[in-house]
Design a protein around this ligand. Structure first.
Ligand code: ZN
Length: 206
C-alpha cells in the first residue's frame, strides 16, 4: 500500500506558506511505515524543533488503475476518511532551500495519521464528495477547518493526474491536501479530527 499526498490544494493554505496557487497538482509519497498505529500517541521526533499538523481528507483507492480519465475517476475510489500529514517544517524548509526531496520531513515513522473509520462514498448525503466539511481541534479548540468544495483540484482530477505517473492500487490512500491553519504540535497536545460532527481520530502528542 502506498500513501500519496497532495501539496497546496487549498488556496488559503498555499498563501499562508507563501506559495502561489499551483497550475497542476503537486504530490509526494509516504511509505506504509509512516502510518501511526491506531490508539498510539504521536511521538515528536527529536531531530525536529517544529512539527506541524496538517489535517486532510483521505480517499481510499478501490481498484487498480493507470491513466484514469477524470470522468471515470469515481469508479476507482470507494470511501473517504480523515488524517494528519505530520510535517517537520524546519527540516522541510532546509530541504526545499537545497532543492532536495522532502522525505525526511514528510515520510518519517508516525507521520501519517489515518482514521480507522471509512465512510463509503455511496453513503454521503447532500452534495456527496463536493460538500464535505471537516476540522481539526487542538486541545478542544478548532485550529483548522476545511470544505472539500474549496480544493483547487477535485478528487477526480487528483486521481486522474497521479495515475498518469503511477499505477493506483487497491488499498492505496490519497491525502488530498490541507486547508489553512497548520501549526506546531506540542507535547501534551491532543489532536482530534472531525468530518461533520463525527469524531474520526483522537491523537495524543508526546
Ligand atoms: Zn499535507
Amino acid at each position: 500500500m502506498k500513501i500519496i499526498c497532495i501539496g497546496r490544494n487549498y488556496a488559503d493554505h498555499a498563501s499562508e506558506l507563501g506559495h502561489t496557487v499551483p497550475s497542476e497538482p503537486l504530490f509526494f509519497l509516504k511509505p506504509d511505515s509512516a502510518v501511526l498505529a491506531h490508539r498510539h500517541p504521536f511521538y515528536l521526533p527529536d531531530w525536529s524543533q517544529e512539527v506541524h499538523y496538517e489535517v486532510e481528507l483521505l480517499v481510499r483507492i478501490s481498484k487498480l488503475g493507470k491513466s484514469i480519465a477524470p470522468e471515470f475517476a469515481h469508479r476507482y475510489c470507494d470511501a473517504i476518511s480523515l488524517g494528519i500529514d505530520f510535517t517537520a517544517r524546519d527540516v522541510q524548509a532546509e530541504l526545499k532551500s537545497m532543492g532536495h526531496p522532502w522525505e525526511k520531513a514528510k515520510a518519517f515513522d508516525g507521520s501519517a495519521v489515518i482514521s480507522r473509520d471509512w465512510l463509503p462514498i455511496d453513503s454521503l448525503t447532500g452534495g456527496g464528495l463536493q460538500s464535505i466539511g471537516f476540522r481539526l481541534e487542538r486541545n478542544g479548540v478548532v485550529v483548522q477547518e476545511g470544505q472539500s468544495k474549496d480544493m483547487i483540484f477535485s478528487i477526480d482530477q487528483l486521481i486522474a493526474y497521479v495515475s498518469k505517473f503511477m499505477t493506483l492500487k487497491l488499498g492505496d490512500v490519497l491525502f488530498t491536501g490541507t486547508p489553512a491553519g497548520v501549526g506546531p504540535a506540542h507535547p501534551g497536545d491532543t489532536l482530534e479530527g472531525f468530518i461533520g460532527d463525527r469524531s474520526m481520530f483522537r491523537v495524543p502528542v508526546r
